[in-house]
Design a protein around this ligand. Structure first.
Ligand SMILES: [Zn+2]
Length: 255
């Protein structure tokens, strides 16, 4: 796995930069592993129960996020936040109907498995992460008005035609009661910045959404509600969560 990761970086950035990245990751990882062995725990992962001094740093060529990835289940801040929301606020275990889970997150898998009345379809463009359906988000092989829940986090920024994807979500969602629960990589700017290409230094993203993300969802026809997490400061600290907005979208008044 490390070898294939290295080879991919070598293809994308050349041997010199790939080697630099490798040693940067190795050094920072060794430092975290050592402090987790020697120092008392400060953090806990709600997804898998891991406890330790620090989460691993997440490093790509274009950015570094310190104290981010769970050493056991690889959850990041947003996975841990969404895990707690799905379990405690959304009450996922009690939900019925059909859920389409796009680019399924490994850290959330136990939650979907623990909702016996929900028919969940894990969907991705690549055959990994235990997917059930291979599909592109701009063409979902599902009938109209069938999905009670569409779960889509940090996917849209990698999709070439994001307007087509939102149109497709709108089509398959059950009117009125169905919900699209969605988030994307946002930057601090007011307006979405299109890169015009898949940026390999930023996880292959094609754009950085701005504060107009909610308006883009509304333009696709959805009624949009922004959701903020409301954990205590102690829990944000303990679970290593940096709060990030996400959106619940409904299709009301559809003909
Ligand atoms: Zn974990």
């Amino acid at each position: 796995m490390i070898l294939s990761w290295f080879r991919q970086n070598q293809r994308d950035f050349g041997i010199a930069r790939a080697s630099w990245l490798f040693w940067r990751v190795a050094w920072r990882r060794a430092r975290v592993v050592t402090s987790n062995r020697l120092l008392p725990a400060r953090h806990e992962c709600p997804c898998c129960g891991w406890t330790g001094r620090r989460f691993l740093d997440y490093i790509e060529m274009g950015y570094t996020a310190s104290n981010t990835a769970c050493p056991r289940c690889d959850s990041h801040s947003r996975h841990r936040a969404l895990f707690l929301w799905l379990r405690d606020k959304y009450d996922l275990a009690q939900k019925k109907g059909t859920a389409l889970i796009l680019a399924p997150e490994r850290a959330l898998a136990p939650l979907w498995a623990g909702a016996p009345l929900l028919r969940s379809y894990k969907i991705d463009v690549e055959a990994n992460r235990g997917v059930d359906v291979l599909a592109d988000v701009t063409y979902l092989p599902f009938a109209t008005n069938v999905a009670d829940l569409i779960w889509c986090h940090h996917v849209l920024e990698q999709v070439e035609d994001d307007v087509a994807a939102l149109k497709e979500f709108y089509r398959v969602l059950v009117p009125d009661s169905g919900e699209l629960v969605i988030s994307a990589g946002l930057n601090a700017q007011a307006v979405t910045r299109e890169f015009g290409f898949s940026n390999r230094e930023l996880s292959g993203n094609r754009r950085a959404y701005g504060a107009d993300f909610a308006a883009r969802l509304a333009n696709a026809g959805f009624d949009v509600t922004a959701v903020s997490h409301d954990l205590s400061q102690e829990d944000y600290q303990k679970f290593g969560i940096v709060p990030e907005k996400f959106y619940r979208c409904r299709k009301t008044g559809a003909k």
